[in-house]
Every structure is written in structure tokens, then in C-alpha cells.
Design a protein around this ligand. Structure first.
Ligand code: PEP
Ligand code: MG
Length: 538
């Protein structure tokens, strides 16, 4: 039995097999092989495995986002069966007596270049696909695991760290818990883990040894521990704790349908934060009063290319409709910094958290912004929908946004689309927005305070950097004063103010926020009922 310690991101208990998730980059080596036929057989076997992976990806994507996205995996499978491609690789292995990894890479590059030089746009586009399938085969040959989880049963994912896009691409039904060696409490991966309601530990002092793969472990994020190969006593204790925890969770269900009201009669809206359509059942199950933050960028991160207007419309519509008239606040694309999608081709930046991100990208890339606004406005006809804009620092930005919104609305109306009444609000997550909140409040209908970024920018502490955790104080008076200032300026101008950053679920601050006059707290679905319980005890 081995015991490791970490830092809890979401308290809970999980018992299961460990899945060591290693990110390995393949470095190409050319090697001579004695037995070319055996090497050809190894290549053919890798192709079979590749096709199985592609079949699975097709099924998963079809079920989660539909045929349009899934079709690409069918195309890849067909390309993996293309005789010209296969024979060229096999000939290279036989003629030059080289290893399969080398033959696949060189042949793949040659095919890709040939496609790229064709005039036909369809064939040009296949260039990226042939590279993709070649990389897949090489990864299989080199024994590098897929970004997803290659296990039939749910597992405890153990990694150095996980990027938001790696996390969203994982099959959630296969994950019991997350354990990472690095990471910070406010990173988006931690936020995703919370929204998935998975017990999670970060900063865990474990080595990613292959021998841990498949070993039974207990994640106890109540006590910040990971036990590998628990002995009989530890296992019995863990099973009893797991049972107790499940009972406590079940007891919270008694609060379903009850008001979020203090004992002296003050009310607050308790909403939920989501990143995807898949989070909707958790919102409904936990009886949230609305969705206070739909991080729409996760719709982009889960996609291999820009999601089209129709694809986005479907996602937003499902959520808006699914909430049955309850408010859904969709935040426009907040990509950049730690949330990267390759197809945006964002330049390398020295300080990405302060770089081209969020609303700045939208105001620079008007087509991307307009496509999203069109999709949201079309979805607004199916329920109660609000839009909020991230990373605002100036009044001119919101004036510009409102101009664009008007153009989009007019276009949709002229095209005959139905649109609903949409409240417009902004995130208050920069010190500039706090200081300008009296003027910004005159331009919008609500404020939602993003304490994750507000804390990062106010304290000058990178939310991704675990090395400075010691200096990080989520209850820092500077942040609390900024929250108070924002609420006061919002109320003076007749608009409501909420918090959608992680601080909203810090139950030790609930009473402080109520005293400050907060109107709404938006938290991961898992926290809705514990927060309701807390409010009712005040
Ligand atoms: C925040 O900054 O507090 C917030 C809610 O936005 P995100 O965490 O997605 O940056
Ligand atoms: Mg933010």
C-alpha cells in the first residue's frame, strides 16, 4: 500500500483502477529492419487498431454531436483503407528495409504535399487528413496512448496535468476521479472536474510510473489522499466513507424544490455553471434556478474546427429549451490563454492571460463573433436567454458590441428568424471593469463577477501557476472590496449583480455575499444544493 497526498479540487471518494495518462511526443527515428515482412505485418496490425479507434470515435461523436461532425472519422477510416497509400508504405518498408514508423511518416508527408498542391479545394483539404491518419498509425506503432481513455471500465485518471481540451475530449462515463501532479484550484481543468462532479486532487506527489497503470486505488479528496493498492483495512474504511458520502449527497435531495432563502427572509438566486449540453441533466437534477454561466468556448474546444452557426444553434437551443423557461446566460466565446483550439491559429504570446483572448478575439474576428451571436439569438426563441461578454475593460467595447448585436438581430429578423427578448450583461473580471462599473452599469442589464480572473488580475497571481499558491488568498480584502464596489455600482444603476467565479461556491463566504447584497450566485451543478442548504441556515 502506498499513500500520496494532494490538494482537493472537489471533495469526494472514488475507488477504482488507475489509468496513467502520459502525454508522449513521438520523435521520428529511421531504423533498419532485418525482417521486412514482420515489419509490414506490424504496420497492418496498427492500421487495424487505427480503424477500430476511428470506429469508436465515429460512434461517440455521432451520439454526442451528430453526423456532421462524426463524418470525418468515416473519411479517415476510408483513407486508412486506400490501396495507393497502403501499398506505398508497404513498398517502402520492403524496398528500403526501414521501420514502419519511418515509412508511414515519410509516405504520409509525401501524400499530404501532393494533395496540398492540387487545385481542387476538396483534395487540398485532404492533405491535413492524410497527415492525421499517418500520425494515428505512428502513435499506435510507438505505443502512445490516445488522448481519450482506452479502458472498458471507469477509471481514476492520473496525469501530470490536463489541458481543458484534453479534458473535454475524454469520455466522462469512463472517469471516476482525476488526480494530477500539477495544476491549480482555479485552472479550467479543475473547474471542469468540479462541473463533472468528480472527486479530484491536484498537486499530488505521485510519480507517473507505468507499473501503477491498472492498479486499484482510493481517491479521498476529503482528506487530500490517494492510496494505491490499499490494504484490507484501508479498503474497508474507504468503502464505508464512500457509502456515507453517497448518503449525505442523497440527503441533500430533500432541498429540491425549496427556496434559497435565509432565516430572516433574504433571497438569492442560485444558478449553475455549465460548459456543454451534456451538463444539462446535472443542472436539472440539482434543481438550479437557472444557468448563470454557460462557458460557450467549450463547445469550440470540443470541436475539430469552428462550430458552424447551425451546430452552435442546436447546442444553445437544447440548453435553452431544456431549462423550460428558466434563465440561461450564455457567455460568448472566452478562448485564449489556457483555452486553446488549434484551428484558431493564435500566435504565441509572452503573456497569454493578458493577450488576445475572449472579447478581444471576438472584436478582432467579426465573423466568428457574428456567427455565435446569430446562433444564440436564434436559440433565444426557445426559452429565456441572456448573453454576457467576458473580459470587458472599457465602455467603448460594450458600445461596439451593442452595435454588432443590433446588426445581427436585424439580419435575423429580415431573414424571418424568430428571436426572443435577450438581456445583455457583462462579466466583471478585470480591475478596470470594477473601477468603471458605475459607467458600465448604464450600458447593460446585469453584471456577473468572474472572481477567478478578477483575483488573478487584482493580485497579479497567475491562476495556472501552482508555484505561487502560497501568495494566493481567495479571501483577499482587495477582491472582497471590489465585489462590494461592483454590487453597489450595479444597484445604484438599477441592475442585478451575481458571481459566477469559483468563489460563489465558497460556503464560508456565503453570508458575507448575502450581507453585501448579492443577487445571484452561480456555481457548479454539484454545489447548488449545498449552497441552498447554507443560505437556508443563515
Ligand atoms: C472567472 O474568471 O471567474 C470566470 C467565471 O470565467 P473563467 O473561469 O471561465 O475564466
Ligand atoms: Mg474569466
Amino acid at each position: 500500500m502506498l499513500k500520496f497526498s494532494g490538494k482537493s479540487v472537489l471533495p469526494g471518494i472514488a475507488i477504482g483502477k488507475m489509468y496513467i495518462f502520459k502525454k508522449k511526443e513521438y520523435t521520428l527515428v529511421k531504423a533498419n529492419v532485418e525482417d521486412a515482412e514482420a515489419e509490414v505485418a506490424r504496420f497492418q496490425d496498427a492500421c487495424e487498431k487505427g480503424k477500430t479507434q476511428l470506429n469508436k470515435l465515429y460512434e461517440k461523436t455521432l451520439a454526442e454531436v451528430g453526423e456532421e461532425h462524426a463524418a470525418i472519422f468515416e473519411v479517415h477510416k476510408m483513407m486508412m483503407e486506400d490501396l495507393d497509400y497502403l501499398e506505398a508504405i508497404e513498398a517502402k518498408i520492403r524496398d528500403e528495409k526501414v521501420n514502419a514508423e519511418y515509412a508511414v511518416t515519410v509516405t504520409g508527408d509525401f501524400f499530404a504535399e501532393t494533395f496540398a498542391n492540387m487545385d481542387d479545394d476538396y483534395f487540398k483539404a485532404r492533405s491535413a487528413d492524410v497527415l492525421d491518419i499517418s500520425k494515428r498509425i505512428v502513435r499506435i506503432l510507438a505505443g502512445i496512448k490516445e488522448a481519450g481513455i482506452d479502458s472498458e471500465e471507469p477509471v481514476i485518471v492520473v496525469a501530470d496535468d490536463l489541458t481543458p481540451s484534453e479534458t473535454v475530449q475524454m469520455d466522462k462515463s469512463k472517469i471516476l476521479a482525476f488526480v494530477t501532479r500539477f495544476g491549480s484550484q482555479n485552472s479550467h481543468t479543475a473547474i471542469l472536474a468540479r462541473s463533472m462532479n468528480l472527486p479530484s486532487l491536484i498537486n499530488t506527489d505521485i510519480e507517473l510510473l507505468d507499473e501503477f497503470d491498472g492498479k486499484i486505488a482510493v481517491v479521498d479528496s476529503f482528506h487530500d489522499t490517494l492510496i494505491v493498492n490499499p490494504d484490507e483495512t484501508a479498503m474497508k474504511e474507504a468503502e464505508a466513507d464512500l457509502k456515507r458520502w453517497k448518503e449525505e449527497l442523497a440527503a441533500l435531495d430533500e432541498l429540491i424544490g425549496k427556496e434559497n432563502i435565509t432565516r430572516d427572509g433574504r433571497k438569492v438566486n442560485v444558478y449553475a455553471n455549465i460548459g456543454n449540453v451534456e451538463d444539462l441533466p446535472k443542472v436539472l437534477k440539482n434543481d438550479a434556478g437557472g444557468i448563470g454561466l454557460f462557458r460557450s468556448e467549450f463547445v469550440y474546444l470540443g470541436s475539430k474546427d469552428y462550430p458552424t452557426e447551425d451546430e452552435q444553434f442546436e447546442a444553445y437551443k437544447q440548453v435553452v429549451e431544456g431549462m423550460g423557461g428558466k434563465k440561461v446566460i450564455i457567455r460568448t466565446l472566452d478562448i485564449g490563454a489556457d483555452k486553446q483550439a488549434d484551428y484558431f491559429h493564435l500566435d504565441h504570446e509572452e503573456n497569454p492571460a493578458m493577450g488576445l483572448r475572449a472579447i478581444r478575439i471576438c472584436l478582432e474576428r467579426m465573423e466568428v463573433f457574428k456567427t455565435q451571436l446569430r446562433a444564440i439569438y436564434r436559440a433565444s426563441a426557445y426559452g429565456t436567454c441572456s448573453i454576457m461578454f467576458p473580459m470587458i475593460i472599457s465602455v467603448w467595447e460594450i458600445k461596439k458590441i451593442k452595435e454588432i448585436v443590433e446588426v445581427v438581430k436585424q439580419e435575423l429578423i429580415e431573414e424571418g428568424h424568430a428571436i426572443g427578448e435577450v438581456e445583455l450583461g457583462i462579466m466583471i473580471e478585470t480591475p478596470a471593469a470594477v473601477m468603471m462599473s458605475d459607467e458600465l452599469a448604464k450600458e447593460v442589464e446585469f453584471f456577473s463577477i468572474g472572481t477567478n480572473d478578477l483575483t488573478q488580475y487584482t493580485l497579479a497571481i497567475d491562476r495556472q501557476n501552482e508555484c505561487i499558491n502560497r501568495f494566493y488568498d481567495s479571501h483577499h480584502p482587495a477582491v472582497l472590496r471590489m465585489i462590494q464596489m461592483t454590487i453597489d455600482n450595479g444597484h445604484k444603476n438599477g441592475i442585478w449583480v451575481g458571481i459566477c467565479g469559483e468563489l460563489a461556491s465558497d460556503l464560508t463566504l456565503t453570508e458575507t455575499f448575502m450581507d453585501m447584497g448579492i443577487d445571484e450566485l452561480s456555481v457548479s451543478p454539484t454545489y447548488v444544493l449545498p449552497l441552498r442548504k447554507k443560505v437556508r441556515e443563515i
